[in-house]
Design a protein around this ligand. Structure first.
Ligand SMILES: [Zn+2]
Length: 42
């Protein structure tokens, strides 16, 4: 499941993508939601 809210990410993980950009992925910190979040940060 994927979360579409903009929330604080629990246990964020930085992933370097093959195109050289960095993505953070983690789990939504909201109650009753354990959707996955991923965001490109650079
Ligand atoms: Zn969520």
């Amino acid at each position: 499941m994927k979360c579409k809210n903009t929330v604080i990410v629990r246990s964020p993980k930085e992933i370097l993508m093959s195109n050289g950009r960095t993505r953070v992925s983690g789990i939504c910190s909201e109650n009753k939601c354990d959707g996955k979040l991923s965001k490109i940060i650079s």
